[in-house]
Ligand binder design. Structure first.
Ligand SMILES: NC(=O)c1ccc[n+]([C@@H]2O[C@H](COP(=O)([O-])OP(=O)(O)OC[C@H]3O[C@@H](n4cnc5c(N)ncnc54)[C@H](OP(=O)(O)O)[C@@H]3O)[C@@H](O)[C@H]2O)c1
Length: 228
């Protein structure tokens, strides 16, 4: 083989190698969260008992958060997940952290009921905790039209209205933090929504799961602009 052939073989091997590394990182090792120092921080995560919320809660504890509140409607499930996170964090490859259970706490929050949101905030105020990060993560995507306790279409009520009230009520506590922030979990589905139809916001006449979910996420994106 000539020198040109050796070079192209080398380039080919490098490309294959880089492709395999990327595939390994993406599908085997998983995405490594960016490590941020959360020492001393207090965070609330809605829906921290499953999916993304659970992983965010675990990551916050791992990054040193002083207290992570699991704001969940199912207290029993949240308690179980909290205990399982504490066990996972004891593993050497997960940080070998002892006693992390003392930095986590479950508090009842049902975003489907605005009275529950107010009860949550009043219980939080009584605890006199500070607040540095609020993660509005919980969400539903109903296949058929359902209503919230307050008579709003449920995807819009849980994903947006409940979180909007929660954020507004917690804002005075958040503002006292040196570096307070609110994180809204969006979705690319919001791109499919052409506009917020205020004449049919509750989707009384025609219901579509993606349209309704997308609207709730579009409203959240608009909130980000409002708060910033
Ligand atoms: N997973 C994805 O591919 C994806 C893509 C785009 C955006 N997102 C967004 O990322 C976030 C997390 O998604 P995920 O897949 O991790 O969701 P998930 O596993 O389905 O978890 C949703 C969480 O929301 C909670 N929840 C539902 N209704 C609630 C209510 N009324 N009050 C309080 N909590 C309630 C659930 O509690 P229960 O356990 O009690 O049901 C659960 O903990 C959501 O905002 C979602 O829209 C996800």
């Amino acid at each position: 083989m000539g020198r040109g052939g050796e070079i192209s073989l080398g380039v080919f091997a490098a490309l294959i190698g880089s492709y395999m590394m990327r595939t390994y990182r993406k599908y085997v090792r998983g995405v490594e969260p960016k490590v941020v120092d959360m020492t001393g921080k207090v965070a609330i995560i809605t829906g921290a008992n499953s999916g993304i919320g659970r992983e965010v809660a675990k990551a916050f504890v791992k990054m040193g958060a002083r207290r992570v509140i699991f704001a969940c409607r199912n207290v029993k499930s949240a308690q179980m997940e909290m205990e399982s996170i504490a066990k996972e964090l004891q593993r050497p490859w997960d940080g070998g952290i002892e006693g992390s259970i003392d930095r986590m706490e479950v508090m009842k929050l049902d975003l489907n009921d605005l009275a529950s949101v107010r009860d949550f905030v009043s219980a939080y105020r009584k605890l006199k905790y500070s607040l540095d990060v609020l993660v509005c993560n919980a969400a539903v995507m109903n296949g058929s039209r359902r209503m919230s306790m307050n008579g709003f279409e449920q995807n819009f009520a849980v994903n947006y209205l409940g979180h909007f009230l929660l954020t507004n009520e917690l804002l005075p506590i958040l503002k006292k933090s040196m570096d307070g922030r609110v994180i809204f979990l969006g979705s690319s589905v919001h791109h499919q929504v052409k506009k917020l139809d205020f004449d049919n916001l509750m989707m009384k006449h025609s219901y579509s799961m993606f349209e309704s979910y997308g609207r709730s996420k579009l409203a959240m994106v608009s909130s980000v602009q409002h708060y910033s």
